[in-house]
Write a protein that binds this ligand. Structure first.
Ligand SMILES: [Zn+2]
Length: 222
């Protein structure tokens, strides 16, 4: 549970946003060809996300969503020391600011590390709830399962978008851009396959998605 580490930064998330604009990167470094060509795997992601025959759709969605949660959590943890209340006073991605809505639907202003903490806490709670993500044989998925999966994917997208927008430099410094690119492409292909996130939500990252999710070039003829 890597996200729990976030609270240890000497009160770093207590800094109040002072209305200053977040440090937007002038140009999107993550779109440069030098970086977009770096992947960890080089095969057809579409084939990887498609529902295999003999596997129940909900089981497939549950297992993939849980895996993406763990991987995105881990990827965020690699740069979390740089994502503080000072450096990221709001949860930004491509000039979009995400606000957190509490259980009563009240909009709250929060820093990026707080927002990520809210996301990870909520998702952790959902994926470990046996009434929502049943693990025991014969136990049914709840009616709200699909809408909860959609909600989780929407939040996980926000975290990925923030990683590219605000922490790509640090990711490159750690030489983890191949992992981030691959994770992102896999995630986007997955949510597209099952229509899990509204395209209006993901369009801010379409420029990157187009490059990273392009079908793999045909294998050279032998
Ligand atoms: Zn940040």
């Amino acid at each position: 549970r890597v996200w729990r580490e976030l609270g240890k930064g000497g009160g770093k998330s207590k800094t109040k946003p002072n209305g200053k604009k977040p440090p937007a990167e002038e140009k999107k470094q993550y779109l440069e060809a030098e970086f977009t060509k770096v992947r960890v795997v080089d095969f057809d992601l579409k084939e990887l996300v498609m529902l295999p025959r003999e596997i129940d759709l909900n089981e497939w969605l549950a297992s993939n969503t849980t895996t993406f949660f763990n991987l995105i959590n881990l990827q965020y943890s690699t740069i979390s020391e740089f994502c503080t209340g000072d450096t990221c006073q709001a949860m930004t991605a491509c000039n979009t600011i995400y606000y957190w809505y509490d259980e009563r639907g009240k909009k709250t202003k929060c820093t990026a590390p707080q927002y990520v903490d809210f996301v990870m806490s909520l998702v952790q709670k959902l994926v470990t709830d046996d009434d929502i993500f049943p693990t025991k044989y014969g136990k049914e998925f709840p009616n709200a399962f699909e809408s909860l999966v959609k909600k989780i994917c929407r939040y996980l997208f926000h975290v990925l978008a923030h990683l590219f927008w605000a922490h790509f430099k640090e990711t490159v410094a750690l030489d983890l851009q191949g992992h981030l690119n691959t994770l992102y492409a896999h995630f986007i292909v997955f949510i597209r396959e099952f229509n899990l996130v509204d395209p209006k939500e993901t369009c801010i990252m379409d420029d990157l998605s187009e490059i990273l999710c392009a079908p793999a070039p045909p294998a050279p003829a032998r």
